[in-house]
Ligand binder design. Structure first.
Ligand code: AMP
Length: 576
């Protein structure tokens, strides 16, 4: 069985293709959004989702969030006494989603289609596949998030020829893609975006404003617990401004109440610089496809942050029409991933649809350019595959060494759109041995770049004259795990227990109670401590009837404390 997974910066979702349609899978709490948070519990087991998110405040040193940002790097995140890479933290989230899907389907799941931002680099894509492997999932297919969104919508419009633009603003990334549907073939014509722009930036801007308005010292930013709580309050205010006109950000500091009123207008002002940054990728995607805004049939919204009215207004203004958002923007990517999973399982209903994708950035090598005065200008970028070429794509270009006596050329591989390689992203380096002698004509090298549907790049160099195809290995990817390392880490992760799914609801309630306990003071705090101890005692009886009654009562207690004390029951993590 293949499942579709949206492995998000803030939240992750799993969906399956069942009974001829995409269906979202609920987690152990009965919810479809699982926060992409991981925490190491006191007993050494791993908590994923809401319970982990609660612990961002109470146990920040044992909890991780927003690790999608570190995919493809070798950065390690410490949880208690252990350290994990982003792939491993993602693997815990995937394991948890896999268990949810297995519970929902009543059968084993071995494979997944996982979505990634269109702008993910080669290293980030490979890391995503590794995360799948570490979770015991084969990942044959990575799907670009906007393509997934389009696929979710495309299913309703199979007969018509149409072009649409997907405007995807998530927690941490912004992607714009232009897609074309023609005779059952859906083609991604262009994609552009920004890997460091999302709803979190809005929350961070609210936090900054709070610091300003309350003239707080910047040293407070080192106080992880304070920052988590302020982030939570800012997040809640941002969300309530999506439906209301006024919100309050509130937090206690050393026994004093600090607060800030924020209204729609102030939020719009905070968003202005972010909105400006959204224009460029949209213009670039339109330019690359030679499509004018008025030639688009629809604008599809994806990503939780497109719920903000200011974003909807921007999109309406940019394109002169209202965007489509029939499918919940938080869920559309996962729904599309499940469509792709269904396609892969060759479900008859879907056989008609073919997906093609594009390479989202140009890929090439460093070259020197001969100037008119005979001097060499070094450090130039020579693209082999141009951005927005349909994939799979294989392109070859012939290069000669600068000097006829040269015995080796170093091919330095980059991705990006800048003229000079220093402004692009280095991907690796290959050394190619050239034949002896001083005849430059014998030293031509055909450099072939092959970029597959998963966004993985292979570079191969062949000597033109001898036809010797030197087998070349891309070097210098410090962030990447080797196969042996993956196998070793897989074995290590297998030893770490995941918190059992069936008791997750109770564990989440207790994590929430702990968080509230730390936030309140005085008599209320003592009383809550008593309630927690009693609830724990009931859990120990293992009597289902008593537990069920106690759970209802305990949830009501927590809800009433939260509503009385302006605490926020729901929040998203902020990057450290
Ligand atoms: P995603 O990565 O698609 O899950 O999007 C998550 C982002 O959407 C986060 O930055 C959330 O703060 C934001 N978000 C979710 N719901 C809302 C809402 N109702 N109003 C404003 N932003 C939201």
């Amino acid at each position: 069985m293949i499942i579709g997974i949206d492995l998000g910066t803030t939240n992750s979702l799993v969906a399956v293709w069942k009974d001829g349609k995409s269906q979202l899978v609920p987690n152990g709490l009965g919810e479809t959004l699982t926060p992409s948070c991981v925490s190491l519990d006191a007993d050494g087991s791993i908590l994923v989702g809401k319970a982990a998110r609660e612990r961002l405040q109470t146990h920040p040193e044992r909890t991780a969030a927003v690790f999608k940002r570190y995919m493809g790097s070798d950065k390690k995140v410490r949880l208690g006494e252990r350290e994990f890479r982003a792939e491993e933290l993602s693997a815990f989230v995937l394991k948890s989603l896999k268990a949810d899907a297995e519970a929902f389907l009543g059968k084993a799941v071995t494979e997944a289609v996982i979505t990634v931002p269109a702008y993910f680099s080669d290293a980030q894509r490979k890391a995503t596949r590794t995360a799948g492997l570490l979770a015991g999932l084969t990942v044959d297919r990575l799907l670009n998030e906007p393509s997934a969104a389009a696929l979710a919508y495309g299913m309703h419009q199979l007969d018509s020829e149409s072009r649409f633009l997907v405007f995807d603003l998530g927690g941490g990334t912004f992607d714009v893609s232009i897609l074309e549907l023609f005779e059952g073939v859906m083609e991604v014509r262009a994609s552009a975006g920004d890997n460091f722009l999302g709803g979190e930036d809005v929350t961070n801007a609210i936090v900054d404003l709070f610091f300003q308005r309350n003239t707080l010292s910047s040293s407070l930013r080192n106080n992880a617990m304070f920052m988590q709580r302020l982030g939570a309050s800012a997040e809640a205010a941002k969300r309530s401004l999506s439906t209301g006109q006024q919100a309050t950000v509130q937090i206690q500091l050393d026994g004093n109440d600090l607060s800030m009123e924020i209204d729609e207008e102030a939020l719009d002002k905070l968003c202005a610089p972010l909105l400006k940054r959204m224009r460029e990728p949209v213009e670039r995607a339109l330019r690359d496809t030679n499509i004018r805004a008025n030639e688009l049939d629809s604008i599809v919204l994806a990503g939780g942050a497109t719920r903000m009215p200011v974003i909807k207004r921007l999109v309406t203004l940019m394109f002169g029409r209202f965007p489509t958002s029939d499918i919940n923007p938080d869920e559309v990517v996962a729904m599309g991933a499940a469509v792709q999973a269904g396609l892969k399982m060759k479900d008859a209903a879907l056989e008609e649809v073919v997906m093609t994708d594009v390479a989202p950035y140009s890929l090439g090598i460093e070259v020197s350019i001969k100037l008119a005065d005979g001097k060499d200008a070094i450090g130039h970028f020579s693209p082999v595959i141009e951005r927005n070429s349909a994939v799979p794509v294989s392109r070859v270009k012939r290069y000669f060494p600068m000097d006829a006596r040269q015995r080796v050329v170093e091919l330095r591989i980059y991705q990006g759109e800048s003229r000079l390689v220093k402004d692009n992203i280095p991907l690796g380096k290959l050394d190619v041995n050239l034949p002896a002698g001083n005849d430059i004509d014998s030293k031509g090298v055909d450099v072939r770049f092959t970029y597959d549907v998963n966004g993985l790049l292979e570079v191969r160099a062949t000597l033109v004259e001898s036809k010797d195809s030197q087998v070349l290995v891309i070097q210098g990817n410090p962030g990447m795990l080797s196969d042996a390392e993956v196998a070793q880490r897989f074995a290590e992760l297998e030893k770490i227990k995941m918190h059992p799914r069936d008791t997750m609801e109770m564990r989440t309630l207790l994590a929430r109670a702990d968080r509230i306990y730390q936030q309140v003071r005085g008599d209320l705090r003592n009383w809550l401590g008593q309630q927690i101890a009693e609830f724990e005692a009931v859990l120990e009886t293992q009597n289902p009837r008593h537990i069920s009654a106690a759970k209802t009562r305990f949830s009501e207690v927590l809800a009433s404390i939260e509503s009385d004390s302006h605490l926020h029951s729901d929040f998203d993590p902020q990057p450290n």
